[in-house]
Design a protein around this ligand. Structure first.
Ligand SMILES: Nc1ncnc2c1ncn2[C@@H]1O[C@H](COP(=O)(O)OP(=O)(O)OP(=O)(O)O)[C@@H](O)[C@H]1O
Length: 251
C-alpha cells in the first residue's frame, strides 16, 4: 500500500515547559481532504509547523511522501498558506502578479528572473482562482476573499501535491467561504491534491472535507465526517473539554 503523504508518528512537542503536542499520531493519505479542528491554543498551528520542519519535536517522527522529514528536500511539493497570510500588510505596494510569483521562488531561488513559462504558470493560476482581471491590482485594493485567493494561488504555482491551509477563511464573508471550498474541491479533482485545512468553523468545514481530525494536545478523533457528525457532541466535548453547543449558545 502507498505510504501516507503526511505521517506523524507519536510526536511530542513543548515550547519550554509548556507541552503543546502529546504523542500525536496522524496519517494523511493521498487525495485526502483533512479538516483539523480544536480549541484555541490546542496545538494546530504547532502541528503544522512541526510537519513543515519549522519546529523540531522533542520526540516522535514525521514522514513526508514516504521519507523521514530530515531527508525530505522536495519542499516545493508542499504549498502552505499560513495564518499570517491573513495579516498581510496590504499597504505594502505589491501587485497580485508579484505576490503570486513569489510562490515560485522556492523552486527558482530568490533572485532568478521569471522565464516566459514561469509567467504563464503564474497567469494560469491567477485565472484558475478567478483573479485574471486583477493581476496588476495592488493587494490593498482587493477584498479579503480576493486576497485569500491570491495566497492560495501563490501556494499553488509551484504545482504542489499537498496544500496546507491554516485558518484560511477567518474574516471572510459567507459567500467567499462557499466559493473558496468550491475552488478547493475543483483543484483537488483537477490536480489530485491532498489538503490539510485548519478551521474553527466546524459546521461548514465538516460538510466539505473527506475526513476530520480533532486535536487538543492529543488527537481525539480522526475519521470520516459522517461518523464525526453522528458522534459530534461526544467527540467535541472530549476535545474541547466542555459542552460546545452550550458555549455557542451563550453568546
Ligand atoms: N512561539 C511560541 N512560543 C511559546 N509558546 C507558543 C509559541 N507558539 C505557540 N505557543 C503556545 O503553544 C500553544 C499552542 O499554540 P498553537 O498556535 O499551536 O495553537 P492553535 O491550536 O493553532 O491555536 P489557534 O486556534 O488559537 O490558532 C498555545 O498555548 C500557545 O500560546
Amino acid at each position: 500500500m502507498e505510504e501516507p503523504i503526511i505521517d506523524v508518528r507519536d510526536v511530542t512537542f513543548a515550547y519550554g515547559a509548556v507541552n503543546v503536542l502529546e504523542n500525536v499520531s496522524l496519517a494523511v493519505n493521498r487525495g485526502e481532504f483533512l479538516g483539523l479542528v480544536g480549541p484555541n491554543g490546542s496545538g494546530k498551528s504547532t502541528l503544522i509547523k512541526v510537519i513543515l520542519g519549522l519546529e523540531q519535536p522533542q520526540s516522535g517522527d514525521i514522514r513526508l511522501f514516504g521519507k523521514p522529514s530530515s531527508q525530505f528536500r522536495a519542499w516545493s511539493r508542499i504549498g502552505y498558506v499560513s495564518q499570517k497570510a491573513n495579516r498581510f500588510n496590504t499597504s505594502f505596494p505589491a501587485t497580485v502578479f508579484e505576490v503570486v510569483s513569489t510562490g515560485l521562488y522556492g523552486k527558482l531561488g530568490l533572485f532568478k528572473r521569471l522565464s516566459r513559462q514561469d509567467r504563464r504558470v503564474v497567469y494560469d493560476m491567477m485565472d484558475r482562482v478567478g483573479l485574471s482581471t486583477y493581476h496588476k491590482h495592488l493587494m490593498g485594493e482587493l477584498s479579503g476573499g480576493q486576497q485569500q485567493r491570491v495566497f492560495i494561488a501563490r501556494a499553488l504555482v509551484s504545482q504542489p501535491d499537498l496544500l496546507i491551509l491554516d485558518e484560511p477563511t477567518v474574516g471572510i464573508d459567507a459567500e467567499s467561504v462557499d466559493r473558496f471550498y468550491r475552488l478547493l474541491e475543483d483543484l483537488r479533482n483537477e490536480y489530485d491534491l491532498t489538503i490539510l485545512l485548519v478551521s474553527h468553523d466546524i459546521g461548514v468545514m465538516t460538510a466539505k472535507v473527506s475526513s476530520v481530525a480533532c486535536l487538543n494536545k492529543q488527537v481525539h478523533y480522526h475519521g470520516d465526517p459522517e461518523a464525526f457528525n453522528a458522534r459530534q457532541d461526544e467527540i467535541l466535548s472530549r476535545t474541547y473539554g466542555h459542552d460546545v453547543r452550550m458555549l455557542e449558545h451563550s453568546h
